[in-house]
Ligand binder design. Sequence first.
Ligand SMILES: C[S@@+](CC[C@H](N)C(=O)[O-])C[C@H]1O[C@@H](n2cnc3c(N)ncnc32)[C@H](O)[C@@H]1O
Length: 292
Amino acid sequence: MSRPVSIPSMAPLQPAMADITLTRDDMKFIAALVYEQAGIVIREHKEAMTRGRLARRVKALGMGSVAEYCAFLKTPQAAGELPELINAVTTNHTAFFRERHHFDHLRKEVMPRLLQERAGRRGRIRIWSSACSSGEEPYSIAASCREVMGARSDLDFKILATDIDTDILVRAEAGIYPAELFERLPADVKPLLKLESGAGRGEARISEDLRRLIAFKRLNLIEKWPMSGPFDVIFCRNVFIYFDTQTKASILDRFVALLSPGGFLYLGHSESLPQPHPHLRLIGRTIYERTA
Ligand SMILES: C[S@@+](CC[C@H](N)C(=O)[O-])C[C@H]1O[C@@H](n2cnc3c(N)ncnc32)[C@H](O)[C@@H]1O
């Protein structure tokens, strides 16, 4: 006897388009949540951008609207979604050797001085790239320092690279980028970024020699930091712009506490200290030295 054929109910060919309307109240709720979780201030005029970024999560979760997503975020079940929300709202724009003067200063002033100071014993050198995004910043640091250190094996050299965004850290750690990014680099820094052969078509991978100098970790700058330092150099570039004055001032105090005297702090191009800091001296374009 032939089995009855069951006819599945007709599923729509295309999933219904989600409603991405973002009400004023939902915008306020999201802004407060993101501030509380990451210290990031989302201003009212960023509403269109926020809506677009939330729409990505609405789609990924198969929800029908931004309103439904916001209602979900208010439930206890949403705890696991918070990191995804933060990943979605962070701006990760970066580039190799972005703000070139910092890497020139590191390579020509800081590293030769550190190598001289720490010659003859197992010299410990620590650098922190504190909002490292997809890795271009720590790899540019590694490339600049490697060039000065050469093959010296008497150094205990490490770069700590941290970011709040877990998705971007996975990309950073892989060290694989579109090959055109390297082709476009200025001729004098291009040879510093050593590449591996064998990456996929149109892609290039940073060499193991540079990758192993870096430890990538998730770290939220507004939470407690597990490291005790001291760091010789801290990069904190293009993330202060998302914070308010109070958050910036408190993070800055903690950077200073972790910097060794004579250590350097690099901020982003449009960033300056919220107010003069008693232990930081401006010595170049957004370059500060810890004085005592
Ligand atoms: C615009 S990117 C800057 C990348 C790099 N420093 C540069 O200047 O090219 C800002 C980075 O800060 C990270 N970020 C935002 N809020 C953060 C927080 N509270 N703690 C740590 N990182 C954060 C973002 O995930 C993003 O990758």
